[in-house]
Design a protein around this ligand. Structure first.
Ligand SMILES: Cc1cc2nc3c(=O)[nH]c(=O)nc-3n(C[C@H](O)[C@H](O)[C@H](O)COP(=O)(O)OP(=O)(O)OC[C@H]3O[C@@H](n4cnc5c(N)ncnc54)[C@H](O)[C@@H]3O)c2cc1C
Length: 373
């Protein structure tokens, strides 16, 4: 067995690693030219039952523990005027340690044999060539043919059309990403408001969410429930104008909060949020399957990266357990995948916390979660 994986995100890399430790070779084709081509997004809280389980299956628990940023599980909810409504500095007992996504990707890359990842291999097309085999074409015109193809290529997967005609749709919300570097020194009031871990400031239809990352950097997602046309009217190639327009939505909020927008050290980046239909599934097609966002892109709810890793680990284990019957392995993998992802996608946490109950809906939820714990 040799597995051809498209995409070196967390899902594809966990799959490659779990296969490797079980003696099954794999090649990962990644569009980006190198591991350093792009910074890899912010902090991820890695849950015991999925992300951490996958890391254990990959044999990387010790390496993972070395990445944990202590204290980052703390959580606060503020009102727009800066009033603290919820403050849990001890959220660190919740079993959801926070790591930087780029660090997690690095330990996975370091754990694979040299040459496993083929960088700069952007897939432009895939087609069935019969008997469960598929031909993959890359942007440079080269091709590979494989018995077992796995699409781990994220939201806009090129592999997914082999299985399903579904495409992601705009979810009615976009994020605007900003950073404040070295905030304890340069923006002490804002650093204090954010606290040791995550800060959420939800209001109906909008929120400011910030995470404390390594080095006292504050990573912000401004969340706005607006149609795409609303954002299209903002010129994000003009950072000052875009910043001013986004900040206007938060007029009257406490200055230590709006500083996360107005004092950004980087140009604001617009991230429109898309999702596949909740409950997306497909009929079994010999020789191909999907992991992660390629199969179940959902509105961010703290699960996507964890699920992608779990998918990769589950698929790797299924293939290793059934090397003589790949179709049985894929059938078993998908049988568990579909209800698991449907359940996660049904949890529209953002919709719930940005409705008319904001900010108190989230405060009630966190208080209840604390009592249940
Ligand atoms: C703003 C935001 C915040 C989020 N926060 C969280 C969070 O806090 N916790 C959490 O668990 N999840 C979070 N998520 C969701 C999470 O980022 C995704 O669910 C996760 O990255 C999915 O992993 P993946 O491996 O399936 O896909 P990806 O991480 O998207 O990786 C896909 C890989 O495939 C490559 N690729 C794409 N197309 C091609 C091609 N044609 N040819 C070759 N390679 C290709 C890409 O370059 C990429 O490396 C967030 C998402 C967003 C948008």
């Amino acid at each position: 067995m040799h597995v051809t994986i498209i995409g070196a995100g967390l899902g594809g890399l966990v799959l490659a690693r779990v296969l490797h430790v079980r003696g099954i070779p794999a090649t990962v084709h990644e569009a980006e030219p190198s591991p350093a081509a792009r910074t890899q997004g912010g902090m991820l809280d890695i849950h015991e039952h999925d992300g951490q389980w996958a890391i254990e299956a990959a044999g990387l628990t010790d390496e993972f523990r070395g990445l944990i940023l202590e204290g980052r599980e703390a959580a606060r909810v503020l009102d727009g005027d800066g009033t603290v409504l919820f403050d849990d500095p001890a959220e660190g007992t919740a079993g959801r340690p926070e790591v930087q996504r780029g660090d997690l990707r690095r330990i996975l890359l370091d754990s694979l044999p040299d040459g496993t990842v083929h960088w700069g291999h952007k897939v432009s097309g895939v087609r069935a060539v019969g008997e469960g085999r598929h031909e993959v074409t890359f942007a440079d015109g080269t091709t590979v043919t494989t018995n077992l193809l796995v699409g781990a290529d994220g939201a806009w997967s090129r592999v997914r059309p082999l299985l399903s005609s579904a495409t992601p749709a705009y979810a009615g919300i976009s994020f605007v990403e900003t950073f404040l570097f070295d905030a304890d020194t340069r923006h002490p009031a804002t650093a204090k408001a954010v606290g040791a871990g995550s800060m959420f400031v939800p209001a109906p239809g909008k929120a400011i969410t910030a995470h404390r990352e390594a080095g006292g950097n504050l990573h912000t997602y401004v969340q706005l429930v607006r149609p795409q046309e609303w954002f299209a009217a903002i010129d994000f190639t003009d950072p000052a104008a875009a910043t001013a327009r986004i900040a206007r939505e938060f007029a009257g909020w406490a200055p230590e909060l709006t500083a996360l927008i107005t004092d950004g050290d980087t140009a604001p980046v617009l991230r429109p949020i898309h999702a596949l239909p909740a409950g997306h599934r497909w009929e079994r097609v010999p020789g191909v399957t999907l992991v992660g966002d390629a199969g179940h892109l959902m509105v961010p709810n703290g699960e996507g990266a964890n699920l992608a890793m779990l998918d990769g680990a589950e698929l790797g284990r299924a293939l290793a357990a059934s090397p003589d019957d790949v179709e049985a392995a894929l059938t078993g993998y998908e049988r568990a995948l579909f209800p698991r992802s449907a359940e996660a996608a049904a949890d529209d946490i953002l919709g719930r916390f940005l409705d008319d109950t904001a900010p108190h809906g989230l405060v009630g939820f966190l208080n209840q979660a604390g009592q249940d714990h």
